[in-house]
Structures are given as C-alpha cells and as structure tokens.
Design a protein around this ligand. Structure first.
Ligand code: GTP
Length: 325
C-alpha cells in the first residue's frame, strides 16, 4: 500500500489516552494479534460501507490519535469522518488485482513511524470487510438499475415515490411527475430491428437526461415508457420542461444504417396536490399521457386534478350512454 505523510508540526490535537500511550510503544506480537482479531470481529458486524468505515475509524481511535478519516474511490464513493486536520497519512487500499479506493487519516501533529506501521497492518484487516461491503453495495445498486439504459428500474421507482411524495407534502414544496412514452416504437423495431430499438431507447434516455436538472430522477417504468420526478417544480415549469424534452427528442436524430432517424415522444404531466397518494398522483399523469396519445402523439398534456374530475364525469356519462344504447 502506497502511503504519504505530511510532516509540518502543529500543536492542536486530542490528548493521548492511556491506551494510545500503550500502543505508542509498538504492541507486542500477542497484543497485535488481539488487536487485529478484535478489529476483524467488529468489522464483521456490518455489510454497509459507511458503517464499516465508521467502525474502523472508532476502533483505531481507541489505539492512537486520529481526528479525521476520509475514503474515496473510482465508483464515486466519497466519505469524510471526523475533522480534517493538517497532517495526513494516505493509503491506496488495494492488492495487485483489487483496487478498493484511497483512505486518508488526519490529525494535528505528524504521525509517528510506529503508528504508520500499525495503521498499515490495521488497513490489512479492513481490506476484506470493506471489499465485501463494496460488493454488496454494487449488487444492491445493480438490482435497482435497468441494465439497458442504466437508469433506475421500476423497483427503484417504487422505493422512491412514496418517500418523495411524503417529503414534498411535509415541506410544502411542489413535486411534478412526467410519464413519457415513445411514439410508434413497435414500427421502429419492425423497420430497423430490435437492436436498433434498444439503441434508440438509450438515445432517448440521454436526451431526456440532458434536459433535466441533477436533482430530478428518471426511471424506466417498462418497455418504452419512462417516469420522471421533478423536484421543487410547479405545473408551469413542469410543462416547460416537458416541452423542452419533447422538442429535443423530435429534433435529435440517431444514425441507424446510415439513416438519420428521430423518435417522437408523448408526455403526460401532473403536479402533486395535498390529497394525493402514489396511486392518484400516478393515475393523473397516466390519464394525461393517454390524452397526449389520443391527440396525435408528439405532444405534452398537463393534467390538473380539476381536469381529472371532469374526465371522470365524462367517462361516467359515457358509460351511462353506452349502457342505455
Ligand atoms: N427494442 C426494444 N423494444 C422494446 C423494449 N421494450 C419494449 N419494446 C417494444 O416496444 C413496442 C411497444 O409497442 P406498442 O405498445 O404497440 O407502442 P407503440 O408502437 O410505441 O405505439 P404508441 O405507444 O401507441 O405510439 C413493442 O414492440 C415492444 O416489443 C426494449 O427493451 N427494446
């Protein structure tokens, strides 16, 4: 493990405890084995990455003075614990074939050579529990992703919907929902083949993402249908966003067999109201999408709760007529 330690002296820092002082003289073989065993035992109690690193941090704080720990890796995990003091010791947590990330320890005064040696041994104990936790996290993450487009799948959407509705109602911030369906997608599949269809789905998702903010969430609902949750977005802004996405998709072709092909999309949009639950919120957007398809496709329809009541009345009246006819 590569390491580097900054060496500027500094006076601030935690007062050494009795245990720390004991370890400042390097532990004997038996003591070292006990420390490693105790740490390994403690780290076995969790498969969560954050918990694993928190446990590791608190365990090593019992041994010597460390005020801060940070960890980051290429998969985008970034964690900072404690305070970020001036002196650091940095390790690449890796074997010749497995790269887990970079771990850094910080404190106000320079690390001693004995402490750095001990730290390396303790990182050796951390390696497998951390690897297991990272693998578990990756497995959970991939079970929530649509493999074709890489966005959240239906399960991820179900997990997030109820929570977002609750938060929006509690904080009284607007939340809008878009249901997006690709137009005449069967024809595209039939004309250019399923693989070209797959490519088009990825292309459409990229277009949608490029028109959204970082905080908005997109999911694949199934087939050629997508769902977008727009945070802190009222009905008018949701309509503007939907129009932008619709136009972007219609004017951004993708090359298939040397031909430029663009797919249009239809969008149903609605905004959360106080009396909504997951079903009513979703049903309104679905109703709007149905309307957009009915009105010729390549269209945005915004459904307010008032319109919805009107639709319901109309369909009841229609049902009455049919039954008497
Ligand atoms: N290539 C590809 N096609 C898919 C995928 N999922 C669903 N489909 C196809 O999407 C098509 C959807 O067809 P329809 O439900 O009739 O809808 P549509 O042709 O888009 O017509 P409208 O929605 O009414 O405009 C079907 O042919 C499905 O096989 C996928 O992952 N990849």
């Amino acid at each position: 493990m590569a390491r580097s330690a900054a060496t500027q002296p500094r006076t601030r820092g935690k007062k050494p405890t009795a245990t720390m002082l004991k370890v400042n003289g390097f532990p004997g073989e038996n003591e070292l084995r006990d420390l490693q065993f105790k740490l390994a035992y403690n780290l076995q109690s969790t498969l969560d990455v954050v918990n694993t690193l928190e446990l590791f941090f608190s365990n090593i704080q019992d041994l010597f003075e460390v005020n801060g720990l940070s960890f980051d890796n290429l998969e985008g995990i970034e964690l900072k614990l404690g305070s970020q003091e001036k002196h650091s010791a940095c390790y690449n947590v890796a074997t010749s074939t497995i790269q887990l990330g970079k771990i850094e320890f910080r404190r106000a005064k320079p690390f001693l050579e004995t402490e750095l040696t001990l730290m390396e041994m303790l990182i050796g104990v951390l390696f497998y529990p951390l690897r297991n936790a990272l693998l578990y996290r990756a497995a959970l993450d991939s079970s929530m992703r649509d493999p074709l487009t890489g966005i959240g799948n239906r399960q991820a959407m179900d997990n997030c919907f109820a929570r977002e509705i609750k938060l929006s109602l509690r904080h009284q911030t607007p939340l809008s929902l878009m249901l997006i369906d690709v137009d005449f997608f069967k024809k595209l599949n039939d004309t250019y083949g399923h693989r070209a269809g797959d490519k088009m789905l990825k292309h459409i998702v990229t277009n949608i993402k490029n028109s959204l903010r970082e905080t908005d969430q997109i999911f694949r609902f199934g087939g050629e249908e997508f769902v977008v949750l727009l945070h802190n977005t009222d009905a008018e802004n949701a309509r503007l966003t939907a129009e932008r996405i619709r136009i972007h998709s219609a004017i951004t072709p993708m090359e298939i067999d040397g031909e430029n092909v663009a797919s249009t999309i239809s969008l149903g949009v609605t905004t959360l109201i106080d009396t909504d639950n997951v079903e009513s919120f979703f049903e309104r957007a679905d109703c709007a999408l149905y309307q957009a398809k009915k009105e010729g496709r390549n269209k945005v329809v915004v459904e307010s709760s008032n319109n919805m009541r009107q639709h319901n009345r109309n369909s009841e009246a229609h049902a009455g007529q049919s039954s008497t006819a």
